[in-house]
Design a binder for this molecule. Sequence first.
Ligand SMILES: NC(=O)c1ccc[n+]([C@@H]2O[C@H](COP(=O)([O-])OP(=O)(O)OC[C@H]3O[C@@H](n4cnc5c(N)ncnc54)[C@H](OP(=O)(O)O)[C@@H]3O)[C@@H](O)[C@H]2O)c1
Length: 342
Amino acid sequence: MRHERRLRHNPAVRAIQIVEESGPDSALALAEVDEPKATDVPAGGEGVVIEVHAAGVSFPELLQTRGEYQFKPELPFVPGSEVAGIVRSAPEGAAVQAGDRVAGLCGIGGFAETAVAPEYFAFPLAEELDFAQGAGLILNYHTAYFALAMRGRLKEGETVLVHGAAGGVGTASLQVAIALGAHTIAVVSDEAKAKVAEQAGAEHVVLFGEGWKDEVKTRSGGGVDIVLDPVGGERFTDSLRALREGGRLVVVGFTGGSIPEVRVNRLLLRNTEVVGAGWGAYVMSKPDLNREIGARITSMVDEGVVRPIVGARFPLERAAEALRMLDERRATGKVVLDVRPD
Ligand SMILES: NC(=O)c1ccc[n+]([C@@H]2O[C@H](COP(=O)([O-])OP(=O)(O)OC[C@H]3O[C@@H](n4cnc5c(N)ncnc54)[C@H](OP(=O)(O)O)[C@@H]3O)[C@@H](O)[C@H]2O)c1
């Protein structure tokens, strides 16, 4: 890890920067950077300035260390899409005010002691959740709600299969599915991850390997209504086969590496659908939709169903180790940086 010297004399904060696109081992540097201001939000206007206590670590940051993510800010930049902490200032009309505990989606800039989130992406953090859980509350849970309720059209009583179910999106999707009244089947690659999926509330857990699809069909009584897939790769065709008539396969990501291709006769034969769920780009320009999804997630927290599962925690300066965990398929739940330890 490099230590970058600061040349300017404005208020400074500690931050992790991506300084080159060479992967998590060498792309990061600990730096002192200018403290961001309320106006440092991409859409213009004023955002919510947050004293960051915990920052969530996600797949996009890993991809950004290699220049492989669709959003490519100019180097060097501070990565980090979501944070939790205390509001330092907020514009009029925001749902939070100075001194409140908050969860915020800042897009970039979260791996720092101060970050700024657009007003419509800053939500009061419930007392039941600590800062580490707050740092895992927006990206994964909003994606899960968007993918299941809005794209997958999940109805109460239906059965949802979640791939990569011990991961960040996976654990969130299990809990959101349960909150929406669904039965759940988790698919994971090992026993330790099976325990995490159970902790997230999965009704059934199936180990990925030969015969996984048949076991899913048995446990679901013939097939599932929705497959939520953040993994992709070679399991895709069997995922389609695991759907019951009228089922929907919701595409969320490709952690498995390869992008699957569909022979569309499979869709015709049993009236199934493949549906894309790209949350970030879709909601970014829709403040009211973000508030609506935020309200749904807040009520799931209030009901006690949504409880972000925090996996490994690292201090800010060990961000590279956090990203390596995701890269090596070792992460469970939400990986978090303790930026200002309690
Ligand atoms: N569409 C959207 O709007 C949206 C929003 C947020 C995130 N995403 C995407 O969703 C995906 C999952 O994100 P996440 O934060 O849940 O990641 P994560 O916590 O690392 O979980 C990903 C899971 O994928 C599985 N996996 C299979 N092959 C893998 C491999 N070669 N390397 C790593 N993991 C592998 C692992 O489960 P097993 O070991 O159990 O198979 C792992 O638990 C990412 O691609 C991310 O970019 C999409």
